[in-house]
Design a protein around this ligand. Structure first.
Ligand code: AHR
Length: 309
């Protein structure tokens, strides 16, 4: 399974009396369910009582969940904001109730930065830059082409991760006008949408050089659509994907994907540790990025450990 913790769990403590409200955005991807499990397992291992809510991809459900955590008087609120905007009011309510808030995975935009204690999660801007750099490196030697046509499978609209992945990618390519993003649409991080969008863009264009996909789920859907059309993913079209779930690593090994950029879902132990600190009234770092790697087709792929999800 999604192995949450490499830490020594022999020292499992009894219920330490802390209650953490955890608002997750849903179960849109394998990454997400791994992330949820990681937090749940880490809480159990530390004897932290977790009040879990799945918002099923709706911000209004998340806001409701946060309000119920406040009413319940949890010690700490942990939440994954589905989008960046719209959190000011509910976070002010948490502040008024004296409940510290930890933001994880995705970032928020609030006017008053002190409305949350800190963030731990992925560096999506860096992921986007890594993707752009891989495209540059790949086509550097293929100077016979006037244009490199890129399709982008965008994540959830308005989410910090999709925005960062798009921005970092464009930043690296901006001085290279021969690289053109000819199609960019949101597939909401869903495999089924990745498939549907691929059916659409493969109909529209027959000269696609690159698919840059914001997550593995959408990539796997697009690969399925390509293969149905008799195209060879990773060969006829260069494919870059983000997350690094096992199926994407398998596709990299099989030559169907050319670059996999890791987004690490196994943040439960760090999240719970930070929540415990907040519950104890201690301060935590404002911004913490988790360790993430990039896997290239030219790497020794036998060295990649099983991904666990
Ligand atoms: O916020 C992280 C993103 O959300 C992951 O890349 C994606 O798979 C998930 O659904």
């Amino acid at each position: 399974g999604c192995n949450a913790s490499k830490k020594d769990t022999s020292k499992i403590e009894k219920d330490n009396g802390i209650i953490v409200g955890f608002s997750q955005i849903g179960a849109e991807s394998a990454w997400r369910t791994c992330n949820t499990r990681s937090v749940q397992e880490a809480a159990a291992a530390r004897g932290v009582q977790l009040v879990y809510d799945n918002a099923e991809q709706k911000q209004e459900n998340q806001i409701k969940a946060l309000r119920s955590f406040i009413a319940y008087q949890v010690d700490v609120i942990v939440f994954v904001p589905i989008v960046t905007d719209g959190w000011d009011n509910v976070l002010q309510e948490a502040r008024d109730a004296g409940i510290p808030v930890l933001v994880t995975d995705r970032k928020i935009d609030v006017e008053n930065q002190s409305l949350y204690a800190g963030f731990i999660g992925t560096d999506s801007l860096k992921e986007g830059r890594n993707a752009g750099q891989f495209v540059l490196d790949t086509f550097e030697s293929k100077r016979d082409k006037d244009h490199i046509n890129i399709v982008e499978l965008f994540g959830t609209e308005g989410s910090s991760v999709a925005l960062g992945r798009a921005e970092g990618f464009r930043e690296v390519l901006k001085d290279h006008p021969e690289y053109r993003i000819i199609y960019s649409k949101s597939g909401d991080f869903l495999r089924s949408r990745g498939y549907e969008l691929a059916i659409e863009f493969l109909e529209m264009y027959d000269d696609i050089d690159v698919i840059y996909s914001h997550n593995d789920g959408m990539t796997l859907g697009a690969i399925e659509a390509m293969e149905e059309k008799g195209l060879r993913p990773g060969k006829d079209i260069v494919i870059i994907t983000i997350d690094a779930q096992q199926a994407a690593i398998d596709a990299l090994r099989g030559g169907k994907v050319n670059c996999v950029i890791e987004c690490n879902p196994k943040t439960g132990p760090e999240i719970i540790e930070l929540a415990e600190k907040l519950a104890a009234g201690e301060s935590i770092p404002r911004l913490q990025y988790v360790h993430e790697e990039v896997f290239y087709e030219t790497d020794d792929l036998s060295l990649i450990e099983p991904r666990g999800y």
